[in-house]
Design a protein around this ligand. Structure first.
Ligand code: NCD
Length: 345
């Protein structure tokens, strides 16, 4: 990493990406894998104004006044659903949450029929979380409004990767380091990589921004052929942490496991838990991240998770609202008739 020359990014920066809708030419946000580097930077820069607003007392604008956003969550979620709900409300939109437990899905309605039903209510954006990889793309194909993927199976969770990048940018800036891109930075993602859409989206996002990515997992939780994504794969956590600038910990996603993937939580903690002693193998002042929900004492110890100097876990949650505000704003510009973003739909 090179040292400071930057002031915190204040908003979209002309010249960094094409103007108007060409800065983000997609109707939907389904996967980081579909984004160019400049499109990622555009969303991060757009989010900075919302980070600033969210730190003021008022925290509200009517930018999306009159628009309806449906959060359709077919899988349990606390922080992601709340984060999208707060984001939509702070932008002045009408936000409606649909929980699968209360929906017609339980009565046997197909996903496509659900999509057609939601679409008939003329929403201006739909945010979807679903347990099956590819479900959000299937729905996006059937509706007329922008769709945001809030996590689909083991595939992607693009807003998580974007908020992680924004939190990392802020942490690096606070240390006086160049945070405009992550070239020279090594990030180690450790845990249940096999079942993690967060890992996949983060690998793609961090690499697009220039970082080197290592992944670490027990053999049973490491996807076959992960090296093809350009990462270095480790089973030995101490080696994976050597000299790393960032340790990103993942939860054991037991709800996605059929059968026994790890001998016991105690054994897992012994080999793969992030402890203060282990963190000493990383670069001095290495940053600790976790997308939540955390299992304290399994993949991460409380003293590490709560370390004011090292952990940016609560900043990740804060940045989540700002990133989701940026995504909702940018994706609805066309239908709001914003100059340069095409005719209203
Ligand atoms: C993650 C998810 O649901 O993909 N959580 C989140 O969105 N913050 C990771 C997890 O459930 O462990």
């Amino acid at each position: 990493m090179t040292s400071a020359e930057n002031t915190p990014a204040a908003g979209p920066r002309p010249g960094r990406y094409p103007a108007g809708s060409r800065a983000f030419p997609h109707r939907d946000l389904l996967a980081v894998g579909a984004l160019e580097r400049h499109e990622i930077l555009f969303l991060l820069d757009e989010a900075e104004q919302w980070v600033a607003m969210n730190r003021t007392a008022a925290k509200h604008t009517d930018l999306l006044g009159g628009l309806t956003i449906i959060n359709a969550f077919f899988e349990n979620s606390t922080r992601t659903l709340l984060s999208f709900e707060i984001a939509g409300k702070r932008l002045g939109a009408d936000v409606v949450n649909m929980h699968a437990a209360q929906s017609s899905v339980k009565k046997g309605e197909t996903l496509i029929d659900t999509a057609i039903t939601l679409n008939a209510m003329r929403p201006d954006a739909i945010v979807i979380r679903h347990g099956s990889s590819g479900a959000t793309a299937l729905i996006a194909d059937k509706v007329d409004c922008p769709v945001i993927n809030a996590g689909d199976g083991q595939h992607e969770h693009p807003t998580q990767a974007l908020l992680d990048a924004l939190a990392l940018r802020h942490a690096l800036q606070a240390r006086g380091q160049t945070a405009d891109d992550f070239t020279g930075l090594t990030v180690t993602i450790c845990g249940d990589v096999l079942h993690s859409r967060v890992a996949r989206s983060n690998i793609l996002c961090l690499q697009a921004l220039g970082a080197s990515v290592r992944v670490c997992a027990p053999p049973a939780l490491m996807p076959q052929g992960i090296e093809a994504m350009g990462v270095e794969a480790f089973h030995d956590f101490d080696r994976a942490l050597e000299g790393t600038d960032v340790a990103m910990m993942l939860r054991l996603q037991t709800e996605r496991m059929s059968g026994q993937f790890v001998p016991s939580p105690r054994e897992y903690h012994h080999l793969y838990g992030l402890t203060a002693r282990r963190l000493a193998n990383a670069a001095p002042d290495a940053i600790v991240m976790h997308p939540g929900p955390m299992n304290r004492g399994i993949e991460i110890d409380s003293d590490v998770a709560d370390s004011i100097d090292r952990s940016i876990i609560t900043a990740q949650v804060e940045m989540g609202v700002a990133i989701r505000m940026a995504c909702l704003d940018v994706l609805t510009r066309r239908r709001r008739g914003i100059a340069g973003w095409g005719d209203p739909a």
